[in-house]
Design a protein around this ligand. Sequence first.
Ligand SMILES: Cc1cc2nc3c(=O)[nH]c(=O)nc-3n(C[C@H](O)[C@H](O)[C@H](O)COP(=O)(O)O)c2cc1C
Length: 207
Amino acid sequence: MTNATATQTLSVTEAIRTRRSIRKFMQEPMDQQDLRQILELASLAPTANNVQPTRFVVIQNKELQQKLQDVSYNQSQVSNAPAVIVVYSDMEDVLQNAEQSFPASMGEEQIKARAESLRQQFGGQDVAQRGQWALTQANIAFGFVMLAARGLGYDTVPMLGFQPEKVRELLNLPEHVQFAGLLPIGKRAEEGFPHHRHNVDRITTFY
Ligand SMILES: Cc1cc2nc3c(=O)[nH]c(=O)nc-3n(C[C@H](O)[C@H](O)[C@H](O)COP(=O)(O)O)c2cc1C
């Protein structure tokens, strides 16, 4: 299986085909430039109205990773990986800082008007409802992280097996944030499991 170095990137097709959930990683720290590049690529994921509600927490601290593992049903990949990326949505941050959703080139007055309209658009929904809406955007970025990582020769395992309220508490995150998931990341120290997938005709209706 291809295991590219940072300078050797995989095509999108190769990245998709060689991605596997990896639960045992090489014991070496993440290259910090690669890590930033993966996050930057993930930040290019699209969001509805470009509101950008996705947020990341990056943990590269074994003590904190162990605590995270404790609230993730003791899944060992959480502390085995050199880093864990937590992907979540924070729609309340978006609304509180709505002006930041628009580029400065738009001009102050237009930004103010657009920010107000954004607040009005979501004002009728409760926090959980709009949080759920924002989560659909974070889920897209979650996929982008996995493929951006693989494209640069890294591996991940997406995880939803954790106690969200305990993870919020551990990472000092507000109650309203919603998690796309945890992503232990690093270089694979073992191959993933062979994976079975439905064929295209089983999951597609063509008209
Ligand atoms: C949203 C999501 C949550 C998952 N949660 C876990 C998890 O908590 N622990 C785990 O070991 N694997 C988890 N997985 C990995 C799946 O088991 C894995 O993706 C699936 O078996 C297919 O294998 P592959 O990723 O190698 O193609 C999760 C995958 C997804 C997409």
